[in-house]
Ligand binder design. Structure first.
Ligand code: ZN
Length: 161
């Protein structure tokens, strides 16, 4: 479904993603549905989720409030790309060792700066979901082509009331 840009959006009644277990803890990714397989022991903290690589909800909202990013819509109702537009670069951390070992003390991580990051909407708190809708309705969120969401984020309903 394509959402025209001029309609007001509202919050859905159930704002938790039904397909995912909502976990409130910041240290635990809300996208993680089963028990955690392992924790990274030496991954540098670059501010992104160490499970799914998403920006944090706080960082995402701060950038929207600052107005120095453009959101790039996807065909997923839980994912958006975030492109830097005049603010600080994002950080991305990845392994640069040859692999082949489960001994994490031998893993080597590198953090680089990138101009585009991903964000999973599961990382928004209910209050942040509300604020996101406010900003969206006030047209304070820059959306890249086609300038509207292909699918509304799962916590948003079209034509809200
Ligand atoms: Zn995550």
């Amino acid at each position: 479904m394509i959402l025209p840009g001029n309609f007001l959006m509202g919050l859905t009644t159930d704002r938790s993603d039904p397909g995912l277990a909502a976990v409130a803890s910041c240290k635990t990714c809300p996208r993680q549905t089963g028990p955690r397989v392992f924790e990274y022991v030496n991954r540098p903290d670059d501010g992104t989720c160490d499970y799914c690589g998403s920006l944090s909800g706080d960082d995402f909202m701060a950038r929207l409030e600052a107005g120095d990013v453009v959101l790039v819509p996807t065909d997923k109702n839980y994912k958006v790309y975030v492109r830097n537009q005049g603010g600080a670069a994002f950080k991305q951390t990845y392994r640069t060792d040859p692999g082949g070992t489960l001994d994490q003390t031998k893993w080597v991580w590198t953090t680089r700066e990138v101009e585009e990051a991903k964000f999973y909407f599961q990382h928004l708190s209910p209050a942040q979901q509300e604020r996101f809708v406010e900003l969206l309705n006030a047209k304070k969120i820059a959306l890249d082509f086609p300038h509207h969401f292909y699918r509304a984020p799962f916590f948003i309903k079209f034509g809200g009331d």
